[in-house]
Design a protein around this ligand. Structure first.
Ligand SMILES: Cc1cc2nc3c(=O)[nH]c(=O)nc-3n(C[C@H](O)[C@H](O)[C@H](O)COP(=O)(O)OP(=O)(O)OC[C@H]3O[C@@H](n4cnc5c(N)ncnc54)[C@H](O)[C@@H]3O)c2cc1C
Ligand code: SF4
Ligand code: SF4
Length: 378
């Protein structure tokens, strides 16, 4: 980490994060002020701001981040693991309601949990992602469970969801839940530290973060020309990453198109190549696709779920009690496999970071003295 968040605003964010292409398009720097906007999957400057100490810079997941302090603030120390963060509970489950599963990416656990949180009054607003025209993607705040369920499925393009959180936090919403990728959950965790206590963007309204496992997102600008060579954008109904096949599957109204990894890799956002987090370590609950020794068609309808906080545990316990989720036995090796994959991502990201900076002492946004990084780098 070459820097601190003190004394930096929009100009530093532009030169150190956006121009270097470290930006993850999380949306955290949008809707805090009228000066920046989210367009397609980029942040654009509408007006220049000369404020020296900006929340945009402080909340960004690619500016100086003290991961140990965030862990200490948010989690029980005995739950922490170096590979995947805090683990209170780990399970394989899915939405019991088949209608939810049909509209979802995998087992519909995310949609089921967010719906339950709304129905039980744990939150009054859910911030999720929704598709726009020409295969764009952005965050939206909704107040009804049915609206959450309509917006299931994953799109591997950044959605700038935290911009929608910033807007909702300034509205009448009092209890907000957010579905967040790991970098988005990190931005929310940085907000929770209240680096500028007198202007904390109403972060106390944030009551729930449901994280998504995430390997990478693709640049919208680069993906669209590729997709257009294979299908009409309007015909696409989903996309996924079947395990072990080295390809991305794009589902259309008439069937599935396989795009080999060699064509996908150049489209990955540069900001994802320095990402250390696979499992949304700063969420209350994190959800990914199940990885079991079974065929993909069976696996696709299940999720693996990490519970990290008491908020997350209370919600999953409620879902179990009410029969909202159904659970299945977890083979012992599955969690170990997940830890191995997550550690690999950290190692690869650290290697890429050090190639960029030329020294292990400057890790761009994380601290060389961080406890997890010390374990990896020695
Ligand atoms: C960019 C990306 C990369 C992923 N990579 C992996 C991976 O490597 N390994 C793995 O196991 N799982 C990965 N996932 C998670 C996986 O695709 C599913 O989201 C997860 O298994 C939950 O399934 P579900 O059926 O419960 O979700 P659903 O019930 O369908 O809910 C999905 C939720 O995610 C929101 N969402 C969709 N796309 C985005 C986005 N781009 N940004 C923010 N929110 C979004 C939707 O609005 C919805 O609320 C990734 C997800 C995304 C978005
Ligand atoms: S990573 Fe997020 S906060 Fe940082 S510049 Fe990009 S959109 Fe803004
Ligand atoms: S790989 Fe990391 S930086 Fe990229 S979208 Fe996923 S969480 Fe964000």
């Amino acid at each position: 980490m070459s820097d601190t968040i003190q004394g930096h605003g929009q100009a530093a964010l532009r030169t150190r994060v956006r121009e270097t292409k470290f930006c993850t398009a999380c949306g955290a720097c949008v809707n805090l002020c009228p000066y920046q906007a989210y367009y397609q999957d980029e942040v654009v400057t509408l007006h220049v701001c000369d404020l020296q100490e900006g929340r945009c810079f402080a909340f960004c997941p690619r500016t100086a981040t003290d991961l140990d302090s965030l862990r200490a603030r948010l989690f029980d120390p005995q739950d922490l693991t170096p590979e995947i963060g805090a683990v209170k509970d780990y399970s394989i489950c899915r939405a019991a309601d088949e209608k939810i599963r049909r509209q979802a990416q995998h087992g519909g656990t995310v949609s089921a949990l967010m719906s339950l949180a709304l129905e039980e009054g744990i939150i009054d607003t859910a911030v999720v992602a929704q598709g726009g025209d020409r295969f764009t993607h952005q965050g939206v705040a909704v107040g009804e469970a049915a609206e959450v369920r309509k917006r299931g499925k994953s799109k591997f393009i950044a959605a700038g969801t935290i911009a929608a959180f910033n807007r909702a936090a300034q509205s009448d919403s009092q209890k907000i839940g957010v579905v967040a990728t790991p970098c988005q959950a990190l931005a929310l965790a940085k907000m929770r530290m209240k680096p500028f206590p007198e202007k904390d963007n109403n972060i106390d309204k944030l009551k729930l973060v449901v994280g998504l496992f995430c390997g990478w997102t693709l640049s919208w600008k680069k993906l669209i020309p590729l997709l257009k060579t294979r299908t009409n954008l309007e015909e696409i109904v989903g996309m996924d990453i079947p395990p072990g096949k080295g390809q991305v599957a794009v589902f259309t109204q008439t069937g599935a198109i396989a795009i080999p990894w060699e064509e996908i890799d150049p489209l990955v956002r540069e900001g994802c190549r320095i990402c250390l987090d696979t499992t949304a370590e700063f969420a209350d609950i994190s959800v990914g696709s199940a990885r079991l020794p079974e065929d993909w068609e069976t696996l696709r309808s299940w999720n693996q779920v990490i519970v990290r906080t008491k908020t997350g545990q209370d919600l999953i316990d409620l879902a179990r009690k009410k029969g909202i989720l159904e659970f299945r036995e977890v083979p012992a090796e599955v969690l170990e496999e997940l830890k191995k994959a997550a550690l690999n991502k950290k190692r690869t990201a650290l290697k890429t970071i050090m190639e960029k900076t030329g020294t292990p002492e400057d890790l761009i946004y994380v601290d060389r003295r961080d406890s997890v990084i010390c374990r990896i780098l020695g």
